[in-house]
Design a binder for this molecule. Structure first.
Ligand code: NAP
Length: 254
C-alpha cells in the first residue's frame, strides 16, 4: 500500500483543505472533521459573519490550523479571488449552495442565473482553476456535495435540483480527466439533514413527522453524519474511489 501514513490511511496531516460554505451546517462539520484529522483548513462563507469567525476560533481552540476566506459565490470575480486566496489546496469540498422554492412559472431569469452561478458556475470555476494544480502535484481530492434532488426533484425546487444534477455530471468528467494524476473527484449526496437551511420548513410538525416516516432510518440526519464519508474520500484510504456518488440519507433514496 502506498499510504503517506501506513499506520493511519485516514491521516490528513500535511494536506490543505478548502471547504466552501463552512461557516455553518454541513460544511462546518466537514471542515472540523478534516481539521481534526490533521488537515489545515480554510473555512469559507459568503460574508465575514460571526458564524464564520466563531467556526475558525473554535477550530483553532482545538488545535486545528484554521483560517477564514470570504467570497460571495454568486459573483464570478469573488470566486476567482477565492481560488487565488486558497493558494492551491490539496482538498476542495464544494459544499456551499443556495436554493429557492417556486413553481417553474414563478421563477424569473435572475433567480435562475443566481442559483446557476452560485451552485454550478462557481464549482466549474473552482474545479477549473484548482484541479490542474492538484494534477500537477500528483495528489488531490475534490468532493462535491449533491442532493437527493439531483435525481428526484422535490416539488418547487426545479432550478436548485437542476444545478445539483448538472454539478454531479460535471464531477464525472472531472474524475475522468484527472484520474491518472492522483486526483479523485466524487459526489456525496445528503438526504434531509437538519441545518439552518431547512429549520423553517421542518418546524411544521406534521410535515416533519410525515417526512421522517418516509425515511427508512426514521430520523433526519445531522451535519456530522455527512462528515465521515467526506473524510474517507479525502484520505489516502480512498485513492481508488473516483466518480462515485455516495448517499448519506438514511435510506431515503432506496
Ligand atoms: P446552510 O446551513 O444553508 O449553509 C450554507 C452555507 O453556504 C453557509 O456557510 C453559507 O455562508 C454558504 N453560502 C450560502 N450562499 C453563499 C454564497 N452566495 N456565497 C458563498 N457562500 C454561500 O446549508 P447546509 O444545509 O449545510 O447545506 C450544505 C450543502 O448540502 C448544500 O450544497 C446543500 O445543497 C446540500 N444539501 C443539504 C441538505 C440538507 O438537508 N440540509 C440536503 C441535501 C443537500 P454564510 O454563512 O456566509 O451565509
Amino acid at each position: 500500500m502506498n499510504f503517506a501514513n501506513p499506520k493511519s490511511p485516514f491521516d490528513l496531516s500535511g494536506r490543505r483543505a478548502l471547504v466552501t460554505g463552512s461557516s455553518r451546517g454541513i460544511g462546518r462539520a466537514i471542515a472540523f472533521a478534516l481539521g481534526r484529522t490533521g488537515a489545515e483548513v480554510m473555512f469559507h462563507g459568503a460574508t465575514d459573519s460571526p458564524a464564520l469567525r466563531e467556526a475558525v476560533a473554535e477550530a483553532r481552540k482545538e488545535g486545528v490550523a484554521a483560517s477564514a476566506l470570504v467570497a460571495d459565490l454568486s459573483s464570478s470575480a469573488d470566486v476567482a479571488s477565492l481560488a487565488t486566496g486558497s493558494a492551491g489546496p490539496d482538498i476542495l469540498v464544494l459544499n456551499a449552495s443556495v436554493q429557492s422554492y417556486g413553481r417553474i412559472e414563478d421563477f424569473d431569469d435572475n433567480e435562475f442565473l443566481k442559483m446557476f452561478q452560485t451552485n454550478l458556475r462557481s464549482s466549474f470555476q473552482l474545479v477549473k482553476l484548482l484541479g490542474p494544480l492538484m494534477a500537477e502535484s500528483g495528489w488531490g481530492r475534490i468532493v462535491s456535495i449533491g442532493s437527493v434532488n439531483q435525481g428526484h426533484p422535490a416539488p418547487r425546487l426545479a432550478i436548485y435540483a437542476a444545478t445539483k444534477a448538472a454539478q454531479k455530471n460535471l464531477m464525472l468528467t472531472a474524475a475522468r480527466e484527472w484520474a491518472a494524476k492522483g486526483v479523485t473527484v466524487n459526489t456525496v449526496t445528503p438526504g434531509v439533514i437538519e441545518t439552518d437551511r431547512n429549520a423553517k420548513i421542518l418546524s411544521d410538525k406534521s410535515f416533519a413527522d410525515s417526512l421522517r416516516q418516509s425515511i427508512p432510518a426514521r430520523r433526519f440526519g445531522r451535519a456530522e453524519d455527512c462528515a465521515g464519508i467526506v473524510l474517507a474520500l479525502c484520505s489516502d484510504a480512498c485513492s481508488y474511489v473516483t466518480g462515485a456518488d455516495i448517499s448519506v440519507d438514511g435510506g431515503m433514496s432506496l
